[in-house]
Design a protein around this ligand. Structure first.
Ligand SMILES: [Zn+2]
Length: 332
């Protein structure tokens, strides 16, 4: 009866002392839905949570807390008669609407009334002033049907969407040692990293990782598998790192100006206090733990950074929603 299984999740939105909750959201019945990790569900539902947050009156100063409150694999109820199980409504665009918010019993009615009135999200800082298409003046605007502020040209109407950047790179192993480069450019000049950099347009992530390995370490790499994906929402970046092995002719060399030095490190000799980025530090710790266990996993998680902290400041970041998917591939 796998076909009748479903996942029911409930989203909670905390607004100061008040809590609102969606009804149970029924994910599409699918045999694999029951196997989803709760943190994966949180990722899947984050856009809906952000929408609820942005369309709620008190959102400007509220802390929000999406959380999977309930999962089950029982057959979907047909009546929705449980407390807080009102069906989530959908707007015409298919997104969950704020009317899905159901105040819990302890919430004052005034707060519920306020929550029903959509308000624009806080206006962010304007990042640039001129349109890339026509050179006209740009201002922040809330386009019709959108929920976030956008940079929009006042002359031609072009909307310049700002989206996270993708960083690709590679953890390269050779005879049990790991290839690192000492950065020759800012940020973090003089500190160590794995070869990595921004993905170029028209390039696959694996090709980008191999290119960066050549550009920063002068090494050819044979990529074995994806290794980790780290979301870093605080700086709007996503890291995609692969793992691989040094390929023939098995040479490497720092390539200026990007790198000052390239070297192979035994796992126990990694210069932890001289690593450039939190993403690299977490990736290498995961990699070395996998090496020790004899099996590589594929990792995913979100690095939450303290606002205003440095790229790899001790105690300034945490890895959340860490998913480790086992593979059958041996580590060596
Ligand atoms: Zn324009």
């Amino acid at each position: 009866m796998l076909e009748s299984h479903c996942c029911r999740v409930q989203l909670q939105l905390k607004l100061k002392d008040h809590r609102f909750s969606t009804g149970n959201l029924h994910l599409p019945a699918h045999p694999l839905a029951a196997l989803l990790h709760p943190s994966m569900l949180r990722h899947m539902l984050r856009p809906a949570v952000m929408h609820l947050h942005n369309t709620t009156a008190a959102s400007a100063h509220a802390a929000w807390s999406p959380r999977v409150q309930q999962r089950c694999t029982a057959a979907a109820p047909t009546g929705g008669s449980e407390p807080n199980t009102a069906s989530s409504s959908k707007s015409s665009s298919g997104k969950a609407s704020s009317s899905a918010l159901q105040p819990q019993a302890a919430v004052p009615s005034q707060a519920a009334a306020a929550a029903a009135a959509p308000q624009p999200p806080p206006k962010p800082r304007q990042a640039f002033s001129f349109c890339r298409m026509c050179g006209g003046p740009v201002e922040l605007a809330l386009p019709e049907g959108d929920t976030l502020w956008r940079h929009q040209c006042t002359r031609c109407g072009y909307i310049d969407y700002q989206n996270p950047r993708l960083v690709v790179g590679c953890i390269v192993q050779h005879e049990g040692r790991i290839l690192l480069c000492r950065r020759g450019i800012e940020p973090q000049r003089g500190l160590w990293t794995v070869p990595a950099g921004y993905l170029e347009c028209g390039e696959s992530t694996a090709a980008g990782a191999a290119r960066e390995t050549w550009e920063e370490a002068g090494a050819h790499v044979e990529i074995d598998a994806p290794y980790c994906t780290w979301d870093i929402p605080g700086i709007s970046q996503v890291y995609v790192l692969f793992r691989g092995r040094l390929a023939a002719p098995y040479t490497f060399a720092a390539r200026e100006p990007e790198s000052l030095e390239a070297a192979l490190f035994e796992p126990e000799a990694i210069p932890w206090d001289q690593l450039a980025f939190s993403s690299v530090s977490i990736a290498l710790r995961s990699y070395i733990a996998d090496l020790a266990s004899g099996t590589f996993r594929v990792h995913h998680g979100a690095i939450q950074k303290r606002p205003g902290s440095g790229p790899n400041e001790a105690g300034s970041f945490t890895l959340e929603d860490h998913i480790q998917m086992p593979t059958t591939l041996p580590s060596h």
